[in-house]
Design a protein around this ligand. Structure first.
Ligand code: PEP
Ligand code: MG
Length: 588
């Protein structure tokens, strides 16, 4: 058995098909005497054929996937036509007398080097898209049929690959590929997003998978727990086959539930909101049954931008997200840069040895004149449009640590409003909230509540700061646990304080989409949960099985337990007893 990262839920049982050779890049061509004009023409012809492919793949994707998932291939076409990539290849051919293929390969190496410096996994994954496009053009240069590598297999298999590129996932017929296991990749990779969209269970990040599995081996892929079982015995195989069948029925059932209201077993309404990074995520949120966007991570606009994006550009982006969002309800978070998200144009004067505890988030915004003011103005201007649409925009600030920071943020907001008044630009005042992700702020929550309109608990950071365990370091993953008793105590206190003060409270960390945590949080009085869009159907279904009274008694009991193991064991047993299908939609 191997443990990896669960990237697409569900169970698949089948025969392994190790496709590492199928997807290997072509051999690196050497530079040499070349006919420059001929190489330029070959490159143009290959690019043109690659674009034709992408148009065809996109049409196929639009039939198989949601429009937002299919939009990945818009990105691929944009990469294909990207002026800097074309210039780089031309330069390789003209100045360095490389073949078209050599120049393309060299460009890929340059991008790989540049992207490897990003700490942010979302950005690192974007290199996969560039590689996908470059390999497509390379194959046309070699006159290979690109279609041939899109898996056309006779029998349903579990695909085992080094890395799966997004266009390859779409080439896979969902009926012929039951499950996917990859050595590379993470929850945020596009291939993972597409696999989730197609409903193919997938597990990523198993280092030695291609060494321990060969074509023909029996495999079980457990995309809920991130497990791969190699050559299971007859009993395990039968048990998992049953689970696989149930998973298919269950998925059909989840689709039917999408338009039902989100409520508990005793009919109490809950809010299931989506965490998004972009307009296409906002569209996906609606398709998954979210009732609004609980966290819009605006820093991704900055991370994918060559300079600081201007106010007008921001207004347009926020309007696009508001228009795409369910009920036009969006909680926008001011940029949360620093930590693992650094920018080339940020011009840091010194390297920080502790970036997560350093100059990040609101701390950085206060000092960077280009950040806070234009963003506040853009959000308030976009909020006026949301209001016309009958929607609702809220603005929240990450990593608030002290009361002074909230007071300062509010001063800057007033300043922005005065400017907009003076310029006679239409805008709307928006509720101002804080993200509760620093233990110091949790301890002084009562004071903080006097100054903010709402609270959103960022449990990903809160847990790492509380447990002094880096959220991205697998060595301390056993400590960075949202179900640790001290974390639960703090969460209980914060939720209680917000409810007593009559201030709306949401939790937008990953734990909101995990069934065990959901049960405890519901029992502590939380009614608003914001999560990855793909998890919303699961939590909506799970919620319908659990009443408030039951959740309250679970939370009470959990708060008496002493260790993480005790908490997890109790919840697993109790929920399996209470919710007959618990195993099926357990995410973590
Ligand atoms: C969090 O910290 O829980 C959160 C939602 O913010 P991010 O994951 O973007 O840091
Ligand atoms: Mg955070």
């Amino acid at each position: 058995m191997r443990k990896g990262v669960a990237v697409s839920p569900g169970i698949a049982v089948g025969t392994a098909y190790c496709a590492n050779k199928l997807f290997l890049p072509p051999a690196s061509p050497s530079a040499g005497e070349v006919d420059i004009q001929a190489e330029l023409s070959r490159y143009e012809a290959a690019r043109w054929r690659a674009e034709e492919d992408l148009i065809a793949i996109q049409q196929k994707a639009e039939q198989q996937l949601s429009p937002s998932d299919a939009a990945i291939f818009d990105v691929h076409r944009a990469i294909l036509c990207d002026a800097s990539l074309i210039d780089r290849v031309h330069e390789g051919i003209i100045r360095h007398e490389m073949t078209a293929q050599g120049a393309l390969h060299h460009s890929l190496e340059v991008y790989s080097e540049a992207f490897s410096k990003f700490n942010d996994s979302y950005l690192r994954e974007r290199l996969t898209d560039i590689r996908d496009v470059i390999q497509r053009v390379e194959r046309h240069l070699q006159n290979d049929s690109v279609e041939a590598d899109e898996v056309l297999l006779a029998n349903p298999v579990i695909l085992v690959v080094d890395e799966l590129l997004p266009s390859q996932v779409v080439g896979i017929d969902a009926l012929k590929v039951r499950g996917i296991v990859t050595r590379c990749g993470s929850e945020t990779s596009h291939a993972a997003i597409v696999a989730r969209g197609l409903g193919i269970p997938a597990v990523s990040g198993i280092e030695d998978i291609l060494e321990v599995v060969k074509t023909g081996d029996h495999l079980v892929v457990d995309g809920r727990e991130g497990l791969v079982i190699i050559d299971p015995d007859a009993e395990a195989q039968a048990a998992y086959l049953k689970l696989e069948r149930e998973f298919f029925d269950f998925k059909d059932h989840l689709v039917e539930n999408r338009d039902l209201p989100a409520e508990t077993a005793d009919g109490v309404s809950i809010e299931l909101l989506a965490n998004v990074n972009s307009v296409s995520d906002a569209e996906a949120a609606g398709a998954m049954g979210a009732t609004g966007i609980g966290l819009f991570r605006t820093e991704y606009l900055y991370l994918t931008h060559p300079t600081v994006p201007g106010e007008e550009e921001q207004v347009q982006l926020y309007i696009d997200v508001i228009k795409a969002a369910p009920d036009h309800r969006v909680t926008i978070r001011s940029i949360d840069l620093g930590g693992d998200k650094t920018l080339p144009f940020l011009n840091r004067r010194h390297r920080e040895s502790n970036p997560f505890m350093g100059w990040r988030s609101i701390r950085l915004c206060f000092e960077h004149p280009n950040f806070l003011q234009p963003q506040l103005r853009a959000v308030m201007r976009a909020a006026a449009v949301a209001r016309e649409l009958g929607g609702d925009v809220r603005l929240m600030f990450p990593m608030i640590t002290t009361l002074e920071e909230i007071i300062e943020v509010k001063r800057v907001v007033r300043e922005a409003q005065a400017q907009l008044d003076a310029e006679q630009k239409p805008y709307a005042r928006v509720p101002l909230g804080m993200m509760l992700e620093v233990p110091a702020a949790a301890i002084s929550i009562d004071l903080m509540l006097e100054e903010v309109d709402f609270v959103s608990i960022g449990s990903n950071d809160l847990v790492q700061y509380l447990m002094a365990a880096d959220r991205d370091n697998p060595k301390v993953a056993h400590l960075c646990q949202p179900l640790a008793p001290p974390v639960l105590q703090i969460l209980k206190n914060v939720i209680r304080a917000c409810l007593d003060a009559g201030k709306p409270v949401t939790l937008c960390g990953e734990m909101a989409g995990h069934t065990m945590s959901y049960a405890v949080l519901l029992g502590m009085g939380l009614r608003s949960f914001s999560m990855s869009p793909a998890l919303i159907p699961y939590i909506k279904e799970f919620a319908r099985h659990l009443s408030i009274a039951t959740a309250e008694s679970i939370a009470q009991q959990v708060l008496t337990l002493r260790t993480i193991r005790e908490v997890r064991t109790y919840l697993a047993d109790e929920l399996a007893r209470l919710v007959p299908d618990f195993e099926k939609f357990k995410i973590s």
